[in-house]
Design a protein around this ligand. Structure first.
Ligand code: KMH
Ligand code: ZN
Length: 275
């Protein structure tokens, strides 16, 4: 099996500092956390931006500061969010794409999201997909619910998404597909040929689904965006602690973590010129 690509989802849009004191908010905090995660075994850094007061933003200038700070500290694959936060407009959510990061997320449908609704109108998804393609960015298809993967398959058929796709199964959001092995096994059985995939289990589902993905040949996403605990009742000390646990398990399972450049090779991304 291939080496394991570990994505660190550092901040997200929903978690608050009061819930997890180690949540990185400022560009410098995010960059330091990204570097610690890469040192611990992460290859991709999934980015969300926050304003100084902690509120989520898709502001291009803030992303620009974060990306510059991260690039100074490590060679991670930078993946920006086009999901942003519930309620943001499509135009807001598109903003970081013009910074031409290596990767960007692309949610493949609408879904209940806790007490809210994460709306992804097909016309907006198509616009995001086009823009991502125009900038030469590799999309990561965010699959929250069962209908979203057939949508991706349909879109590959229409030529709206380039194969092979890279998919992230986000499992355990209240209102979406449960964070269970059965969900993951089903979705994996529906993947289009050649797809690479990762899993982001929410809350207590993070660790068991990560371990299952290692066994099944998938990849893993961990981090405070999805889960703030190390174990029941015990907050993680930092995102890197969550990454380090997966790296340890992956080595034991003979799927050691991919470096950022090894992950680029697995995902069909060009290796950047040496910095
Ligand atoms: N914050 C969620 C509503 C993504 O990054 O693309 C959406 C999200 C997905 O986090
Ligand atoms: Zn996200």
């Amino acid at each position: 099996m291939d080496k394991l690509i570990i994505t660190a989802a550092l901040t997200g849009a929903e978690v608050r500092k009061e819930q997890q004191p180690a949540l990185p908010i400022t560009p410098q905090e995010i960059a330091a956390d990204a570097a610690a995660c890469v040192a611990a075994g992460a290859a991709i850094i999934h980015l969300h931006a926050r304003l100084a007061d902690g509120s989520p933003t898709q502001d291009k200038a803030v992303y620009q500061q974060i990306i510059a700070a991260v690039r100074e500290r490590c060679d991670a694959i930078i993946q920006v969010s086009t999901g942003g936060a519930v309620g943001m407009s499509a135009a807001e959510r598109l903003a970081p794409l013009s910074l031409a990061p290596e990767m960007a997320t692309l949610s493949m449908g609408s879904v209940n999201f806790g007490d809210e609704v994460f709306i992804n109108h097909p016309a907006d998804i198509a616009r995001f997909a086009r823009t991502i393609q125009d900038y030469g960015i590799k999309p990561e298809l965010e699959i929250f619910d069962a209908g979203m993967l057939p949508t991706a398959v349909r879109w590959i058929g229409k030529g709206w998404l380039a194969a092979p796709v890279h998919v992230d199964f986000v499992l355990g959001v209240p209102g979406a597909m449960a964070g269970t092995p059965e969900s993951l096994m089903f979705l994996r059985s529906q993947l289009p040929p050649g797809a690479t995939w990762t899993v982001a289990g929410i809350g207590a589902a993070q660790l068991p689904l990560a371990v299952l993905a290692i066994v099944l040949g998938g990849h893993v996403r961990v981090g405070f965006e999805d889960n703030i605990f190390y174990r029941k009742g015990e907050l993680a000390t930092g995102n890197a602690q969550l990454v380090a646990r997966i790296a340890r398990i992956s080595r034991e399972m003979e799927r050691p973590p991919a470096t950022p450049d090894e992950a680029r090779d697995l995902l069909g991304l060009a290796r950047p010129a040496k910095r």
